[in-house]
Design a binder for this molecule. Structure first.
Ligand code: VG1
Ligand code: CO
Length: 601
């Protein structure tokens, strides 16, 4: 149990992206890789804690390959640095929102269950929606004291430290931690630092119970409601089992792939139309999100849902009906009275990431709720939710926020929360069916969404991803847009389609209203006008910040349609001409050699 100082040298390339550092497993397995990163992380956390060592920290992962080994290594480094309490969930696995809940709940209650410490942060071992297993991805991210993802200042400092590191501390001959030991088991790693095995579920369950009426959901669960939940073998599965089956009494058959596996059963744990194909099929859908006419909708579950590897993303579908994440957020906002968390105080703020559609804005405006637009990534929402201390004096909580990338959440934690979105939809369905008497057909997802479109108009939305593109080519595409469309003369841009007129292009930058920090180059926005009516349409280009090799170009397409008679078309079909025109303007095929995207969702 002796603390030892091991000399090391800096390793290049440890700059965290949109959400933590993600690399191939084999990179993490290189000598000193985890150690260098964690020592730099702890040093950064100490800096941001006013120079004081942290007292308590949570270490948990999404269960992917290398999870358990990394937990042991990280615990040793935390202990050697003098962090007194290291909390590890039984089994080593927690979803990202559950980690956030542990940090927040224990903060709120002023200490841990055993009266010790306050969790000042969490180290989360996940590469989220990226595949896992040998040859695939592993990742580490840090959550700060309110449960929110580390901000850019933190990750910049961390990166600097990885370039200067000369040694790290660890514990020699530390005891092996049995991750399956009973809750409360302690492992003394040094005379002043111990690992405690904690219950993965309780704090998170409490957080969800503070948002929803579990009694009412249980009742609805036994009166005609049915769900199919796909855990994609990630961390969310066991939480879904605990909540949906054990708490709400739904049958085990409501769950698929809810056992966590180190390689996610070889699936790509990203809950979208392409990668959640099994669930998509079982919900009577085709891969473009339209209904598969060959399935009998009356036999399908009322609600279909999936989570990603770390349980923070969600896919929502009804019987033969796909809900885009942007629409899902707008609908949750418009139906907030159905959710007890908001019913009493109302909803005081909403926010979306810039590439998400304006469906939310339209509802927020109609309902007079302040609406913020932030760069991609959850860290930007955290500040807004905590604004009462440092912003314009207003409290924007209760708060809903989300992203087009299947992320939805509220201020009950400081991360997106896949299961929260599922319970939000279950609550909406429950409320919509309050007056329905026995034997009558239940109001389903499709009816709720199509009524919403009739009222507010539909924002056709979809995203093309070009994965594994050569990095230089990807940067070149972005430069072509900057040179020709942002800085060039808009009136000289020749249109390739008489019905689609290019208007202008801008590069999105953001000044955080809370701390004044500036973030630039957050996406290139191309604005268009369509047809004789001049209806607005928009295409956004961004490079992904979560990949581990090459580059991913994301193209986000959005087109507003007020005319109800046109609402039935599938989004990729409705947006095809806009996509073709945008791809032509940015010279996608010529520059990247790609004829088609990897994913359309
Ligand atoms: C992607 C999504 C973004 C999300 C991020 C982390 O980032 O676009 O909306 O916040 O993943 O989600 P990027 O930079 O690849 O576009 V998760 O569930 O992977 O932590
Ligand atoms: Co995730």
């Amino acid at each position: 149990d002796e603390v030892v100082v091991i000399p090391t040298t800096p390793i290049e390339g440890m700059r965290p992206g949109t959400s933590g550092l993600r690399k191939k497993v084999e990179v993490w397995q290189e000598k000193h890789y985890v150690e260098n990163f964690i020592q730099s992380l702890i040093d950064t956390a100490v800096d941001s804690n006013g120079g004081k060592m942290l007292d308590t920290i949570v270490v948990a992962g999404d269960g992917r390959y290398y999870n358990d080994e990394a937990i042991q290594t990280i615990s040793n480094i935390c202990a050697a640095n003098g962090i007194a309490n290291i909390w590890i969930p039984q089994g080593g696995i927690m979803s990202t929102p559950a980690v956030s809940a542990v940090i927040r709940r224990r903060t709120e209650s002023g200490g841990g269950e055993d009266g010790e410490g306050i969790a000042q942060g969490g180290i989360v071992l996940t590469a989220s929606h990226n595949p896992g297993g040998p040859g695939e991805d592993f990742g580490i991210k840090y959550n700060e004291g309110l449960g929110q993802p580390a901000d850019e200042k933190f990750t910049d400092t961390l990166y600097q430290k990885t370039l200067e590191i000369a040694s790290y501390k660890t514990v020699a001959d530390s005891p092996d931690i049995d991750l399956n030991a009973p809750v409360g088991t302690k492992y003394q790693l040094t005379p002043t630092s111990a690992v405690t095995i904690i219950d993965p579920f309780q704090n998170y369950l409490d957080a969800l119970k503070s948002c929803f009426d579990f009694d009412q959901l249980r009742k609805f669960g036994s009166s005609g409601f049915s769900i199919l939940f796909d855990g994609m073998h990630g961390a969310g599965g066991q939480f879904a089992k605990r909540v949906l089956v054990e708490e709400l009494g739904l049958p085990e058959s409501s769950l698929m792939r809810c056992n966590p596996l180190p390689d996610f059963g070889k699936c790509h744990p990203d809950p979208n139309l392409t990668y959640a194909s099994e669930l998509v099929k079982k919900m009577g859908l085709k891969s473009d999100g339209s209904a598969d006419a060959s399935t009998d909708a009356s036999t399908l579950p009322m609600l279909g849902a999936a989570n990603d590897g770390d349980g923070d993303r969600n896919l929502i579908a009804g019987a033969g009906f796909f809900v885009t994440p942007s629409d899902s957020m707008a609908l949750i906002c418009d139906n907030y009275e159905a959710i007890p968390q908001f019913a009493a105080t109302g909803l005081n703020g909403v926010a979306r990431s810039m590439p998400s559609s304006a469906a939310l804005d339209v509802v927020a405006e109609a309902r007079n709720i302040p609406c913020f637009v932030t760069p991609t990534g959850w860290k930007f929402f955290g500040n807004l939710m905590s604004s009462k201390e440092s912003f314009d004096g207003k409290d924007y909580t209760p708060f809903i926020c989300g992203e087009e990338s299947f992320g939805t959440g509220s201020d009950h934690v400081r991360e997106k929360d896949g299961l929260w979105a599922v319970l939000a939809w279950m609550s909406i369905l429950s409320k919509a069916n309050e007056g329905v008497s026995e034997g009558e057909a239940l109001v389903g997802v499709e009816e709720i969404v199509t009524k919403h479109w009739a009222k507010y108009g539909r924002h056709f939305y979809c995203r093309y991803d070009y994965e594994g593109v050569d990095s230089d080519a990807a940067n070149q595409v972005m430069d072509i847009i900057r040179d020709n469309l942002v800085n060039g003369d808009a009136s000289s841009v020749e249109s390739g389609d008489a019905d689609i007129k290019f208007v202008d292009a801008v590069e999105f930058g953001y000044t955080d209203p809370v701390d004044g920090s500036e973030t630039s180059k957050q996406g290139l926005i191309l604005n268009f006008e369509l047809g004789p009516s001049g209806d607005p349409a928009r295409v956004v280009f961004r490079l992904s910040g979560t990949g581990s090799a090459g580059a991913t170009i994301r193209m986000y397409l959005e087109q507003y349609e007020k005319d109800t008679s046109k609402h039935g078309i599938s989004a990729p079909v409705a947006l095809k001409d806009l996509a073709d025109e945008a791809l032509r303007l940015v010279q996608m095929e010529k520059t990247t050699g790609r004829e088609a995207p990897t994913v359309i969702t």
